[in-house]
Write a protein that binds this ligand. Structure first.
Ligand code: KG4
Length: 338
C-alpha cells in the first residue's frame, strides 16, 4: 500500500497543500495572497485571515487532484516554523484537526529543512535526479541566507547564516527604495536582463567566516540613490535597468564568494544545491551553473514551483520523517523562530 503524505505550508503569505505518494509528487496547490501588494510587504494579520479562508479549499483541491480521498492519506505533515506565528497557527491547527478526524499521525517540519528537501521530490517513480550526500546547499529566501551541509535526509548542519538581512530581503528592500512593488526580487531579475551589471559598484561585506551580511549593501544602495536623486529627480527611471543589474550582480557575488570559500575548505564536497525563493533568480542560477562547470561540481537547481514557499517540500520532508517514525503530538505548538 502507498504511503500518502498530505503536506501543509502556511508560514508566510502562501497557503499551500500537496500530496506525495511514496516520494512521488501527486499535487501541489498554492494560493497566493495578493492583498499584501498594496502595503509593500506582508501584513501578518491579513496573512492569517487569508490562510483561514484558503486552507480548506486548497487542501480539498490537493487531495482531489492527487486522485485520492481524505481516507487515503497516511499522515499529515505541517510547517511548525519559522514564520509568522498567526500564519503558522492556521496550518498547524488544521493539521491537528485533520490528524484527529482521520486518526492518522502528524509530522512537524522545519520550513528551512523543507526548502533543502525539495531536491528529493520525485516527478515520477523512475526519477533518480537527486543530490548525493554529503552536499552543500545554499538556502536563500526572503527571511534566510544559509550555507548548509546536508549529511543525510534528516541530518543537516548550518555552517553559515546571515547576521542581518537575508538575500531576498536585500532584493525586496532595494526594490522598495526604487518604488518597485513587493516582492521586488522577481522584478529586479527581469529588469536586470536589460542592464549593465558593471555600471555601478555597491559595497560588499568583509566577514571572515561563512556568514553573510546584506545590510551594508542596502545602505550603500540607499545612499547612492539619495545622492543622485538630489541632482536628477529622474535618476531612478533613467538608470533602472543598470541599477537592477548592478545590484543583482553584487548580491550574487556576495553569495558565491562565501560558497566558494566553503568549497575550498571542504574538498570532500562534490555536489552543490540551491534552494529558497531567491533560487528562482536567473543570474544566480547561471552563476551556479558556471561555477559548477569551472570546479567540476554537480549542481542541483530546483524547478521553479519548488523555489518559493510550497507544500510539496513539506510533504517530502514529512515522508522521510514518517519513514523514521518521527511523529508530533497534539500538544505541539508552532514557533515563529526555530
Ligand atoms: O522562499 P520564499 O518564497 O519565502 C520565504 O520563505 O522567505 O522567498 C521569497 C523571496 C522574496 O524575497 C523574493 O523577492 C525572492 O524570494 N525572489 C527572488 C526571485 N523570485 C523570488 N529574488 C530574486 N530573483 C527572483 N527571480
Amino acid at each position: 500500500m502507498s504511503i500518502n503524505i498530505l503536506g501543509i505550508e502556511s508560514s508566510c503569505d502562501d497557503t499551500s497543500a500537496a500530496v506525495i505518494s511514496d516520494g512521488v509528487i501527486k499535487s501541489n496547490i498554492i494560493a497566493n495572497q495578493d492583498v499584501h501588494k498594496q502595503y509593500g510587504g506582508v501584513v501578518p494579520e491579513l496573512a492569517s485571515r487569508a490562510h483561514q479562508q484558503n486552507i480548506i479549499p486548497v487542501v480539498d483541491t490537493a487531495i482531489k487532484q492527487a486522485g485520492l480521498t481524505p481516507d487515503d492519506i497516511t499522515a499529515v505533515a505541517f510547517t511548525r516554523g519559522p514564520g509568522l506565528l498567526g500564519s503558522l497557527l492556521v496550518g498547524s491547527s488544521f493539521a491537528k484537526g485533520f490528524s484527529l478526524a482521520q486518526k492518522i499521525p502528524m509530522v512537524e517540519v522545519n520550513h528551512l529543512h523543507g526548502h533543502v528537501m525539495a531536491h528529493f521530490i520525485k516527478e515520477n517513480t523512475d526519477d533518480i535526479n537527486q543530490p548525493e550526500f554529503p552536499f552543500l546547499c545554499l538556502l536563500v529566501s526572503g527571511g534566510n541566507s544559509q550555507l548548509i551541509m546536508v549529511k543525510d535526509y534528516l541530518e543537516t548542519e548550518i555552517i553559515g547564516s546571515t547576521i542581518d538581512d537575508a538575500a531576498g530581503e536585500a532584493f525586496d528592500k532595494c526594490a522598495k527604495i526604487m518604488s518597485l512593488p513587493y516582492p521586488g526580487g522577481p522584478l529586479i531579475d527581469k529588469l536586470a536582463k536589460e542592464g549593465n551589471p558593471d555600471k555601478f559598484k555597491f559595497s560588499k561585506p568583509r566577514i571572515d567566516d561563512y556568514n553573510y551580511s546584506f545590510s551594508g549593501l542596502k545602505t550603500s544602495f540607499l545612499y547612492h540613490i539619495r545622492d543622485n536623486i538630489k541632482t536628477n529627480p529622474d535618476y531612478i527611471e533613467e538608470n533602472k535597468a543598470d541599477l537592477c543589474a548592478s545590484l543583482q550582480k553584487t548580491i550574487i557575488d556576495i553569495l558565491m564568494d562565501k560558497l566558494d570559500k566553503v568549497i575550498k575548505d571542504n574538498k570532500n564536497i562534490k555536489e552543490i544545491a540551491v534552494a529558497g525563493g531567491v533560487s528562482a533568480n536567473s543570474g544566480l542560477r547561471q552563476a551556479l551553473i558556471d561555477y559548477g562547470n569551472k570546479k567540476n561540481l554537480k549542481v542541483y537547481i530546483p524547478k521553479f514551483e519548488y523555489t518559493t514557499d510550497n507544500a510539496a517540500m513539506i510533504a517530502i520532508t514529512g515522508y522521510y520523517k514518517y519513514m523514521k517514525g518521527e511523529f508530533a503530538s497534539q500538544d505541539i505548538v508552532p514557533k515563529a523562530r526555530l
